[in-house]
Design a protein around this ligand. Structure first.
Ligand SMILES: [Ca+2]
Length: 419
């Protein structure tokens, strides 16, 4: 996934139940098809002929990448152009969901209850993984809970067929062809069989939804049977692979992902920037304290994250936040994993109340906001409807200029003030 606004996140993939895959597969913009049946039939027939021709050419390319004829023959036996994969790819519409709505689902009572049950059932496995990789087992379990509801929704689409269809389809064809080659390398390594290699339509596989290239780079054999089997009902290899992935990206076992904090009256909102990393004691000297009123322990350098601006919860986040981001860059996802892990551990729910009922800016309203900020001389950047750091800083400068709290939050109130 490319850049995500710190304030809003596009959670299409998450909402579709696919969650983010390790090494995210990227956001997708819809394209349109004619709804005329006759045309669709024509397209379908044409696609199949073209698809078969494409597979022949692809096989030659795969062979040059070292994939054996035996693997190619087995992998592509019975493979058809999969219309449903293209339909899913096409129907994905980007929309925004508020952080509180996302967290309601990500850390719902059901997901917490099922997570505690799954952790009890696999207690020894998770303890072993925590000891071996030095990654908090609650965080591993939380990733599992968000990626596949603890293994319940691993995806049953044949991966070679899905990736071949997406590679042939052309849009992001290069990305999916690379994934297809990686999937064939996995088959060639003997970790699984074409029949067992299933997953979500965009290529994310198993309990914790690894895409093939991530599998090749990070998957491990957790139970020591010589195969890295992230697809089986037994989650051991998948959970070990997730721990390995987080460990390789620098997980610090002596540090939380983040903690909810209380901000002092008169807090300098412009200091709540990701790059402004300070020791918890430094934050404490400005009056930022934990929800118990005590300074946050010195876990390491931290920044302040305000996922809903001045209203709603504030978090002090540490380097481990960035490690979880390697799974999926959306702030809501990372907070979702972190918060779910806290609840699995018996920690407290988020205490601040969110500005529920808030009416977010549409894409066009965001562009309109940027245009006005630009016209008023606050923004020197392109008008693209994406609220990045420059837009947030421009909003803050504007807010300061009219004497309101400079939280950098692109609300309807702000748009009204600009107009
Ligand atoms: Ca294994």
């Amino acid at each position: 996934m490319s850049f995500r606004s710190a304030l809003f996140v596009s959670l299409t993939v998450l909402l579709a139940g696919q969650a983010g895959s390790a090494q995210p597969v990227g956001s997708v913009t819809p394209h349109t098809f004619s709804t005329e049946t006759s045309l669709l039939q024509f397209v379908s027939t044409t696609s199949n002929v073209g698809f078969d021709r494409w597979i022949d050419a692809f096989k030659a390319r795969a062979a040059r990448e070292g994939i054996s004829q035996t693997v190619l023959t087995r992998a592509f036996s019975g493979i058809d152009y999969n219309e449903s994969v293209i339909a899913k790819d096409s129907n994905q519409s980007e929309f925004t969901k508020q952080i509180w709505d996302y967290l309601d689902s990500a850390a719902s009572p059901t997901r917490v209850k099922n997570g505690k049950a799954a952790m009890r059932k696999h207690a020894k496995t998770l303890d072993d993984i925590e000891a071996r990789f030095g990654v908090d087992k609650h965080v591993v379990a939380a990733v599992w809970g968000l990626e596949s509801a603890y293994g319940a929704t691993r995806g049953d689409i044949p991966i070679i067929e899905a990736l071949a269809t997406l590679a042939y389809d052309g849009r992001r064809g290069r990305f999916f062809e690379a994934q297809l080659i990686a999937a064939l390398q996995i088959l060639q390594s003997g970790d699984t069989t074409p029949r067992n290699m299933t997953g979500s339509w965009a290529g994310a596989m198993g309990h914790t939804q690894f895409i093939p290239t991530s599998f090749l780079a990070f998957a491990v054999d957790g139970d020591g049977d010589g195969k890295r089997d992230i697809w089986s009902d037994d989650p051991t290899d998948a959970l070990a692979s997730t721990a390995a992935y987080l460990a390789r990206h620098g997980w610090n076992k002596n540090q939380p992902w983040g903690v909810e904090v209380r901000l002092p009256r008169g807090f300098d909102y412009s200091s709540a920037r990701r790059e402004n990393m300070r020791a918890p004691s430094d934050w404490g000297s400005t009056g930022v304290v934990g929800m118990n009123g005590q300074p946050v322990p010195n876990y390491g350098a931290a920044s302040i994250l305000l996922p809903a601006g001045a209203q709603g919860a504030a978090f002090m986040i540490f380097e481990n936040f960035r490690v979880i981001e390697r799974y999926n860059k959306a702030d809501a996802y990372v907070i979702g994993v972190g918060h779910l892990s806290d609840l699995l551990k018996g920690g407290d729910p988020i205490q601040a109340s969110w500005p529920r009922g808030y009416n977010p800016l549409s894409f066009n309203e965001k562009k309109q906001m940027q245009r006005i900020l630009k016209r008023k001389g606050f923004l020197d950047d392109k008008v693209d409807g994406i609220i990045g750091p420059n837009s947030i800083n421009a909003i803050r400068d504007f807010q300061r200029s009219i004497g309101v709290t400079p939280d950098g939050y692109p609300s309807q109130t702000l748009l009204g003030q600009l107009r």
